[in-house]
Structure formats: structure tokens, C-alpha cells
Design a protein around this ligand. Structure first.
Ligand code: NAP
Ligand code: MG
Length: 477
């Protein structure tokens, strides 16, 4: 049985209700989490406020950084344990679960180093004045975390929020709580004061909604679907609470005829296969220059056929999807593709010993996907790659920008001028040239435009999002 984590203690929900924890590899329940109510959330906010005023506001930036560094070390020491927890809870192949634990440690390490480097300015003003700016914490920050990368998204948002001097209330997805509850214990062990990090588990429309509405939450960081992002934004608007939204994408990988295909093809595959396609920055659209279209599809088809999906512990190319409804969502997209006559180039295979009750989906490569079809417009959040040809640079830009999203884009060309022209013309938060994702890039600001959301997480830039600027004007003539 798992409990909420409030003020450095394990706390049952006030109602005593629980939810099952399901292993996506076999669809079976193996643990329970608390099904919290708004009253539990209220207690967590109280603990965070208490910590903020009693302790955290007077904790120096140097000390906040040291605590984060200690936590980073503890996460590294417990990386295998955390990876094993995440593997079972989320169905992540071993390499992915380990990479997530390492990334969590790296986020805490990065923000440990950044905590005492967030400084304001002195501004030139009229004679007889001195003007200063301070980056002050919002106060209590609320973090609504999705199930696809719980540790990484916790690291990037809670790490930055704590470094900037906030205390945190976290609502993980009901499908992926266990690793974060363990990390909160490690934070207490590292020396974080009671109330600095609080985790309340439960359903999105119950406890997530309560977080968005709670007057004691001074900033909300949300990662998830555009639909829920809108609800969060509406709730926050009632009390003018600032919000950072990361809402996913339909990110294009663009292959020009001069692309280094030996480098591009493995990166294209990885960008849609990683985490079984359940990645906000998945490269889910593939735009290919007409002259190399058939060649690229033939090469990619061979790779797709060799990909294997199976139980997370087997550490194959893909694990299961997170839950049955996500599997159904992918099936619905694929049956729509069939109805529309969209040709399938290749599919991977499910391992023979994968339990029937697991939530498996083979990676699938589709071609000639019409740019206005929902497979080219909407986030599948599964291992489905939609390929389409383009005539020239102009059409490549037009197609790249022709969705409501704008999170990430990959451009593959050796032509330096074209690299920069594309980077300028593509409307997205990140553009990768001759690579995709820069290996995770903890240091690199990340976020979207249009319906991919707004605000930036990761990198030093995230610290500004977790602070508000105060201007202090002193007259001394
Ligand atoms: P979701 O509903 O947006 O869930 C994201 C987070 O919001 C979870 O912690 C969820 O809690 C919470 N939540 C749900 N309803 C809420 C509400 N009314 N108020 C406040 N919080 C709420 O995403 P999902 O249903 O898990 O996945 C649906 C689709 O979202 C996916 O297919 C994918 O397209 C997209 N998605 C994107 C990302 C990303 O990284 N951008 C991540 C996840 C999902 P519960 O899980 O406990 O309900
Ligand atoms: Mg689970």
C-alpha cells in the first residue's frame, strides 16, 4: 500500500479510498495508491505554505542548491531501485527506466548548481535613485505530472521550482505514482524540510482539478493533453494564477535529399519508438524529399519489421503502452487509417511470451498520409509513424507548420544555408539539425508554441518561469 507524502510523512487519504496500481506488461494489479480528495490536497497545500513561511523562505540559495545536490546523489545511489519501480509501474524497458532515473539525478544536479546563480540586475535610472530587480519565488507551486516520463518531468519542474525557492505540491498521474513517492522519501533523507515536497495521488478530475482551483497554489506547471491543459488554464484564470503548459505535439522529422541517411534513419526510428511512442516530443510525422521517398521507406520498413515489443523486463525495443484505454486509442487511429486507405509499409512484432493481458502495440509505419488526416494532425501517443513526401523546401516548411502543434522539429540536410532557413521558418519551441532531441538535453530550454503550450522548462530558462520579478526603486538623494 502506498500513501500520500505530506510534510515528510506517509499519510493515508482522509476518505480511506484507494486505487489499484496496474502493471502494463500483464495488465494485473499489484499495489494500491491513495485515491485522495480535495481535502487531502488542501492539507498538502497547508504543509507547503507552512514550510515556505517557517523555513524555506529563509533557506539561502546556496543551501537549497546543496540539498538538491544531495538529493541528486541519493537518486544516483538508488537509480537501479527507482528504475525497477518505474519499469513495473509504467512498462518501461530496462534501458529507458534507467535513463529516466539518470535524467532525474541530472536535473537535480543541474538545478543544484543553478540555485545560487539566479540574480537580478541594477538598472540605470534618474539621478538620486538606485533600482534593483529580484527574482522571487511564486510561493507554493503546483505540479501536475503525466504518466509517460514521471521521473523526468518531476525532475525538471520540481527541481527548478525548489531551486528558485518555491515549495511544491505534486499531483502525479494515477497511472504512475510509485517512483515519485520514493523520490519524495529520498528528498526527506537528503534533508529537505517537511512540506518542501508534497505528493498527493488520485484521479485527475478530483485531486488534479482541486490543485488547479486551490487559492493557496501560486503557480501551476502542467504537462499532459491539450484538453486538460485548457481546463487547468480556465481554473487558473479565475484567480489569475500563472501557468506553464506543455501539451505535446505532432513533431515533424524532415529528410532532405542530401541527408546523411545512415545517421538519420536510426534517429527517426528512435524518435517514434522510444517509450513506445508515448513521448510529447515524439517524431511522429516524417516528411521525405520526393527523390529519396521510396528509398527511405524501404530502409525504414526493414527496421520496423525487425522491432520487437514485449514485457518491460525483457528490455526489447518497446514495452507495452501504459493502459488499455491508450491501446484502444492507438487502435482507433489505425482503423481510421485503414478506412481511409492509407498504406501500411511495415509493422514490428510482439514477443511470443508477451502476456495476452498486457497492453502491447506493434510499431507501425504508414505512408502517403494525407496532411489533413487526423494521423497527420493529432497526437497518437503510440508507436505510429506517418510518412509523406514533399516537393521542395517551401512545401517542407508548409507541411511542417500545418498542425495546431509546435513543440519540436528535426531537420536532416548537409546544406548549411538550408539548415538555418528551416530553423527560422519552422514554428516550434525546438529545432534539431542533423540530430533529434540532443540526447535529452537537461540544459536546453524546452516548450512549445500554439497548442503545444507556453512557458519553458529545462535549462536555466525554467528558473525564470518559477519566479516573479520584483523591481525595487530606492531614492537616496
Ligand atoms: P491527461 O488527462 O492530460 O493527464 C495528464 C495529467 O493531468 C495527469 O496527472 C492527470 O491525472 C491530470 N488530469 C486529468 N484530468 C485532470 C483535470 N480535470 N484537472 C487537473 N488534472 C487532470 O493525459 P492522459 O489522459 O493521461 O493522456 C491523454 C493524451 O494526453 C495522450 O494520449 C497524449 O496525447 C497526451 N499526453 C501528453 C503528454 C505530454 O507529455 N505532452 C503526457 C501525457 C499525455 P490522472 O492521470 O490521474 O487522470
Ligand atoms: Mg502503473
Amino acid at each position: 500500500m502506498q500513501f500520500n507524502f505530506i510534510a515528510n510523512a506517509q499519510v493515508p487519504s482522509l476518505s480511506g479510498r484507494t486505487l489499484p496500481v496496474i502493471d502494463p506488461s500483464d495488465g494485473q494489479p499489484y499495489d494500491e495508491i491513495q485515491r485522495s480528495s480535495p481535502a487531502d490536497l488542501h492539507d498538502a497545500v497547508g504543509a507547503a505554505q507552512q514550510c515556505l513561511y517557517a523555513t524555506w523562505r529563509s533557506t539561502s540559495a546556496v543551501e537549497r542548491g546543496r540539498l538538491l545536490y544531495r538529493l541528486s546523489q541519493l537518486v544516483t545511489e538508488h537509480a537501479d531501485e527507482l528504475a525497477a519501480i518505474e519499469q513495473r509501474d509504467c512498462g518501461k524497458p530496462t534501458r529507458q527506466a534507467r535513463a529516466d532515473a539518470q535524467a532525474l539525478a541530472r536535473y537535480f544536479e543541474f538545478y543544484a548548481g543553478a540555485a545560487d546563480k539566479l540574480h537580478g540586475e541594477t538598472l540605470p535610472y534618474q539621478q538620486g535613485y538606485s533600482v534593483l530587480t529580484w527574482h522571487e519565488p511564486h510561493g507554493v507551486t503546483g505540479h501536475v505530472i503525466p504518466w509517460n516520463y514521471p521521473m523526468q518531468i518531476f525532475g525538471r519542474s520540481v527541481g527548478a521550482a525548489l531551486a528558485a525557492g518555491n515549495t511544491c505540491v505534486v499531483k502525479p498521474s494515477e497511472d504512475a505514482c510509485l517512483s515519485l513517492l520514493r523520490v519524495a522519501e529520498l528528498a526527506a533523507q537528503a534533508g529537505f524540510p517537511a512540506g518542501a515536497i508534497n505528493i498527493v495521488t488520485g484521479l485527475g478530475h478530483e485531486v488534479g482539478d482541486a490543485l488547479a482551483r486551490h487559492p493557496g497554489i501560486d503557480h501551476i506547471s502542467f504537462t499532459g493533453s491539450p484538453t486538460v491543459g485548457t481546463l487547468i488554464q480556465q481554473a487558473a484564470a479565475e484567480r489569475h494564477c500563472p501557468v506553464t503548459l506543455e501539451l505535446g505535439g505532432k513533431s515533424p522529422q524532415i529528410l532532405f535529399e542530401d541527408a546523411d541517411l545512415d545517421r538519420a534513419i536510426p534517429a527517426v526510428v528512435n524518435a517514434i519508438v522510444q517509450n513506445a511512442g508515448q513521448t510529447c516530443s515524439a517524431g511522429s510525422r516524417l516528411l521525405i524529399a520526393q527523390p529519396i521517398y521510396e528509398d527511405v521507406l524501404a530502409r525504414l520498413g526493414k527496421v520496423f519489421e525487425s522491432l520487437r515489443v514485449g514485457p518491460a523486463a525483457l528490455d526489447l525495443d518497446l514495452g507495452p503502452l501504459i493502459r488499455a484505454s491508450q491501446q484502444q486509442r492507438v487502435w482507433d487511429f489505425l482503423s481510421d487509417a485503414q478506412v481511409a486507405g492509407i498504406p501500411m509499409v511495415a509493422q514490428g512484432q510482439i514477443a511470443d511470451d508477451a502476456p495476452e493481458s498486457g497492453f502491447y502495440q506493434v510499431p507501425t509505419l504508414l505512408r502517403d498520409v494525407p496532411p489533413d488526416h487526423r494521423l497527420a494532425q493529432e497526437e497518437v501517443f503510440g508507436p505510429v509513424l506517418a510518412a509523406m513526401p514533399f516537393r521542395d523546401d517551401e512545401q517542407a516548411v508548409e507541411l511542417a507548420n500545418a498542425t495546431r502543434f509546435g513543440l519540436v522539429a528535426g531537420v536532416w540536410t548537409r546544406d548549411g544555408g538550408r539548415q538555418l532557413r528551416m530553423a527560422r521558418a519552422i514554428h516550434s519551441g525546438q529545432v534539431f539539425i542533423n540530430n533529434y532531441g540532443a540526447g535529452g538535453g537537461v540544459e536546453l530550454p524546452f516548450g512549445g508554441v500554439k497548442s503545444s503550450g507556453y512557458g519553458r522548462e529545462k535549462g536555466f530558462e525554467a528558473l525564470y518561469g518559477f519566479t516573479t520579478l520584483k523591481t525595487v526603486a530606492i531614492r537616496h538623494d
